[in-house]
Ligand binder design. Structure first.
Ligand code: SF4
Length: 544
């Protein structure tokens, strides 16, 4: 195997002729062909992990489709962060053998009269009469979930979300009995779109949830247990206790009965979680919501094999920025030397895609009440500079979204809730007026080419909410503050790319939060992990 850093250079490289025969566009750019061809070489050279870093709009999804077509006999999974992104792939590449697969929770289960879904995957073990492989199947009604799953698995490329894929791989029960096995058999290639998210995605999907109702049934008073753990934070101890209760409960049940299987599944989840957490008891982060308690791994490396790597032979992670490759590899439990890293040079005209930074306001939550009102003036000014163009205001929080909408009182502004996000986004896209979408959640997975977005305002830097896991995770990096900043920058660079979707596209970005200046300065004097093109695109507001 060649050394990964030798393979990053495009100078004098001639792509394989056959690559363009698989490309979805008639006239791909040379750099796209070279990039795809280099990834092909890396796969043929035996690399198992490939990281592709290229700016948003470079055409990474076209590269994913080309590779899945080249390796169609070995079959591919493409993983996306949202269903919306998966659907975008289907629309854009409809002539390819590409099928989307959705989880059980998106289909009403025909065995349930109230239309709810099959929460424990009972189709796997009882093969219900709506399952074509069941002996009781009468051919009249087929479960929609099973139909689309089988359709997908018969196609050369399955596209699905990280959420379904990771939890299905990790928590299926195939080792107990084949009939419980995973919905996703191993394929040759797994492509992780927006791959920089993988650490968070794994933590979210392997998290162990125990409902308050289950705790009550087991006779556990969670408030009392937590009081006792107040100083030790020994969540491993609490989990061991829950596990013992489940074991006793299982002993009381009739083997093979539906209630036995349900308890078995719950116990098996705890066993798997504890087995992967290992001996480091500090590796558990705890949270509570309205109905349940949750346990997350702080470091996900022990979980990557079973939730992701068992599902394929080769993994392509695509992103517009990975920042610290060593730390990223560490999160996945792999060595940096095992990775082929391909950083694609910028192809966009930065003068048409500038990032203007305003110096006055630090939009940290502590200062927001002071700066919220004066910052409205700047937003007004920016809207006036783009009277006939569509744009977005990224707010990070719902409160800021509502504040801007209420206090700016401008008929161009439109907002959404969690429930109507897709509907409002469609309205925004289809409108002929120069609407401005104000949103806390359009940083990623939204494609707004051409006139759909000519300017965007970043009201506040998109820092992660400080959950228990985020706090503990940041402490495992060489500097917690740097980890927190780089995570934010990953989102910021994704945000920058929302309106630059193809060569020649343009979109002006305004950052109102001056904290960005200190972060860039620190990076330039230290690790220099921020992509050069992003720094070069910046203009700082002149002193007045
Ligand atoms: S196969 Fe049967 S049990 Fe499974 S989701 Fe479909 S209808 Fe429900």
């Amino acid at each position: 195997m060649k050394k990964n850093n030798e393979l990053c250079n495009f100078d004098g490289y001639v792509p394989h002729e056959f690559i363009k025969d698989h490309f979805p566009y008639e006239k791909p750019r040379n750099l796209q062909l070279e990039t795809t061809s280099k990834i092909y070489d890396a796969i043929e050279d035996g690399y198992k992990y490939i990281f592709l870093e290229a700016a948003s709009g470079f055409g990474k999804s076209a590269i994913a489709i080309t590779l899945s077509d080249i390796y169609s006999s070995g079959k591919t999974y493409i993983l996306t962060t949202t269903h919306q992104l998966a659907s975008q792939y289907l629309e854009e590449f409809e002539e390819y053998d590409l099928k989307k697969v959705e989880p059980r929770s998106n289909f009403p289960c025909l065995t349930k009269r109230n239309g709810s879904y099959c929460a424990i995957g009972s189709c796997k073990w009882s093969k219900c009469k709506y399952h074509p492989e069941s002996r009781r199947y009468n051919g009249r009604y087929t479960c929609n979930f099973i139909s689309q799953l089988e359709d997908g698995l018969n196609s050369s490329t399955v596209i699905t979300t990280y959420s379904y894929f990771l939890s299905e791989n990790f928590y299926s029960n195939g080792e107990f009995d084949e009939k419980y096995s995973n919905d996703f058999p191993k394929r040759n290639l797994v492509i992780c779109d927006e791959g920089h998210n993988i650490d968070d995605k794994i933590a979210e999907r392997v998290k162990l949830t125990v409902s308050f109702n289950d705790l009550k049934d087991l006779g556990i008073n969670i408030k009392k247990e937590l009081r006792e753990l107040e100083y030790s934070d020994d969540y491993d101890f609490l989990l061991q206790k829950i596990r013992t209760k489940y074991r006793k409960e299982l002993e009381r049940k009739k083997p093979g009965s539906p209630s036995y299987v349900k308890t078995f599944m719950k116990l098996n989840k705890i066993n798997k979680f504890l087995e992967h957490i290992g001996i480091n008891k500090n590796n558990i982060a705890y949270s509570e919501d309205e109905t349940a308690i949750n346990f997350y791994p702080v470091i996900t490396s022990n979980f990557a094999e079973e939730s992701l790597f068992n599902a394929g032979n080769v993994f392509l992670f695509m992103s517009s920025s990975f920042f610290d490759y060593s730390s990223f590899a560490n999160d996945l439990g792999i060595e940096k030397d095992e990775i082929y890293i391909l950083r694609v040079p910028n192809i966009f005209d930065l003068s048409k895609n500038p990032v203007k930074i305003y110096k006055k306001y630090n939009m940290d939550y502590k200062n927001l009440s002071e700066y919220a009102e004066p910052s409205l003036e700047i937003i007004k000014e920016i809207l006036d500079k783009h009277p006939n163009e569509k744009g977005i205001i990224h707010t990070v929080s719902t409160e800021c979204m509502e504040y801007i909408k209420k206090n700016l009182n401008n008929s161009r502004l439109i907002c959404h809730t969690t429930a109507n996000r897709k509907e409002i986004l469609d309205q925004f896209k289809n409108s002929n007026e120069p609407k401005v979408l104000v949103s806390p959640s359009m940083n990623e997975g939204v494609d707004l080419p051409g006139d759909l977005c000519r300017f965007q305002i970043i009201y506040k830097l998109p820092y992660y909410a400080l959950s228990e896991r985020v706090k503990l995770r940041s402490k495992t990096y060489k500097s917690g503050e740097d980890w927190y900043d780089y995570k934010m920058l990953t989102k910021l660079i994704q945000t920058y790319g929302r309106g630059i979707r193809f060569e020649g596209d343009y979109c002006k970005t305004y950052i109102l939060d001056n904290r960005i200046l200190g972060i860039i300065e620190k990076d330039l004097q230290g690790d220099e992990l921020i992509p050069k093109y992003f720094i070069e695109s910046m203009e700082v507001e002149k002193d007045k």
